[in-house]
Write a protein that binds this ligand. Structure first.
Ligand SMILES: Nc1ncnc2c1ncn2[C@@H]1O[C@H](COP(=O)(O)OP(=O)(O)OP(=O)(O)O)[C@@H](O)[C@H]1O
Length: 268
């Protein structure tokens, strides 16, 4: 089935309906509907505390939503992160979460874990099946490091990578689970302009590899030049969704970020 997503017909990969997340008396996400199409890049923006990360946590099984449904390629996603990853949804985190004392390539191999099938006994005795899977995992990890531009650092310790490279390593690790949908939580936070531009090119390359991508980001220039479509969350609710041009000129979005324009009170 093909649904109209924004202005372009895309086959939907993710359908979120009425997702709500309450923490006691606080409603962090409030009845959000959200659709992502095949090979679409969708931005999720909003002021601090709008509920963006909580929304990602609802999609990836870290939280079980208080209400609503998340469906990935026709399958309802459960509240277990491992099963969500196995279903084909991978993510990176706002704060870098690498294994600092492992090498760069080992960090990527960890991301493959959900796709390996070898049993405990075969792993223990390092039987032929284990060795074959290990070779394949190693080759895939090195291919991904080449893809993100970190091939030369494969055998360095993760903690010795510059900050921007650590973020790229997180993306490589997420890609190791062979996702169809990648969720990026503030991928350019703390980056310089060159690293930000490189990250944008990398996201385009990821899309060209066949993935759909959802990006949370505060850098508006990055979002509006990267995304096919942008959704705006304010106080847990979706305020507007549309093309970058529609969203960046919408007065409600401007007001949500910078408050009511100076002088408008007198005009009212
Ligand atoms: N585990 C939790 N328990 C209680 N409240 C929470 C929890 N997680 C988030 N919140 C609250 O939910 C609201 C939304 O937070 P969230 O981190 O999702 O926003 P955000 O849009 O990602 O913000 P930022 O852009 O600053 O990262 C905030 O008021 C936050 O304090």
């Amino acid at each position: 089935m093909t649904a109209t997503v924004g202005d372009t017909p895309h086959k939907p990969v993710l359908r979120v309906s009425g997702v709500t997340m309450r923490f006691g008396g606080l409603t962090a996400v409030d009845g959000v509907d959200f659709t992502v199409g095949e090979q679409e890049i969708v931005g999720l923006i909003g002021p601090n505390g709008a509920g963006k990360t909580t929304f990602f946590n609802c999609l990836t099984g870290m939280y079980v939503p208080t209400a609503g449904q998340v469906i990935y390629r026709g399958t309802p996603l459960s509240g277990r992160p491992d099963l969500v990853t196995k279903a084909g949804v991978a993510r990176t985190f706002q704060n870098i979460r690498l294994f600092p004392n492992m090498t760069v390539v080992e960090n990527v191999k960890v991301g493959r874990h959900c796709r390996t099938t070898v049993g405990a006994l075969s792993a223990l005795v390092r039987g032929p099946k284990y060795r074959r899977e290990e070779r394949e995992t190693e080759a895939q990890a090195r291919e991904l490091l080449d893809f993100v531009g970190l091939a030369d650092a494969a055998d360095d310790l993760a903690r010795n990578l510059p900050y921007g490279d650590q973020r790229r390593l997180e993306i490589a690790r997420a890609l190791a689970s062979d996702p169809g949908l990648l969720l990026l939580d503030e991928p350019t936070a703390g980056m310089n302009p060159l690293e930000t531009a490189q990250t944008k090119d990398l996201v385009f390359k990821i899309r060209d590899r066949g993935l759909a991508v959802v990006v949370i980001e505060h850098d508006m220039r990055f979002i509006f030049t990267l995304c096919d479509r942008v959704a705006v969350l304010v106080q847990g609710r979706k305020l507007i969704e549309g093309s970058p041009a529609q969203v960046q000129h919408d007065e409600r979005v401007i007001a949500a970020y910078i408050g009511t324009p100076a002088g408008s009170e007198q005009q009212a």
